[in-house]
Design a protein around this ligand. Structure first.
Ligand code: GRF
Length: 202
């Protein structure tokens, strides 16, 4: 069974969607650990409610050593790291130790509205400001860049002229809750092959 770690910084609705999909039997994997870089992240409460082991690595305290600390906790313990709204940037040895084994969800259609500083409502404000007619979410592998690794799944939603950033965020979040479990399922079933920038689902 695929052992995963889920990293969160906020509400943890994507963490909840993984928990729900494990409980429904859609996903055959186990969440070994949940790590947050913020001490008041509601995602931590969601994990505790399911008796999942949790760690808080406060950004202010760990700063640049965050990735090294995560590696210490996860090395040899999990097969996949899922970034589900985790705001700290991963770097260094953690990335090489878990090459091809870290995935992230971003609330836009990469390569649009992504990269440094693009998180939270800002992503949706920028999409609306630009006038795009569709947006969506992307699940991708994590590499040394920000939101730059090979794309596994994208899901598309309409953008309406009346949308506020919050409306768009909620519409996309619904799709995130499908896309992330779907990507984890492919990985757990060994259906994913990475060829350069391309991810093949076989
Ligand atoms: C999601 O929109 C995700 O795409 C982004 O951060 C948000 C996290 O939401 N990376 P939640 O904490 O899972 O509710």
């Amino acid at each position: 069974m695929l052992k995963i770690a889920v990293l969160v910084s906020g509400g943890g609705s994507n963490l909840q969607s993984i928990i729900d999909n494990i409980e429904s039997g859609y996903l055959n994997c186990s969440i070994e650990v949940v790590i947050s870089d913020k001490k008041d992240a509601y995602g931590i409460d969601r994990a505790k409610a399911k008796n999942i082991k949790t760690y808080i690595l406060d950004r202010k305290q760990y700063g640049k050593s965050m990735s090294a600390e995560i590696l210490k906790i996860l090395d040899g313990k999990v097969d996949l790291i899922v970034l589900a709204g985790f705001l700290s940037i991963l770097q260094g040895e953690l990335l090489s130790a878990f090459k091809g084994k870290i995935i992230n969800i971003h609330p836009a259609l990469i390569p649009s509205f992504c990269g440094g500083g693009m998180y939270g409502l800002k992503v949706h404000e920028k999409a609306i400001e630009y006038g795009v007619k569709v947006s969506g979410c992307t699940v991708h592998f994590v590499d040394e860049g920000t939101d730059s690794g090979p794309i596994i799944i994208q899901k598309v939603v309409d953008v309406f002229s009346t949308d506020t950033a919050k409306d768009l965020q909620l519409r996309i979040l619904e799709q995130e809750h499908k896309a992330l479990p779907e990507a984890i399922k492919y990985i757990s079933e060994g259906k994913i092959r990475i060829e350069g920038r391309k991810v093949l689902v076989i």
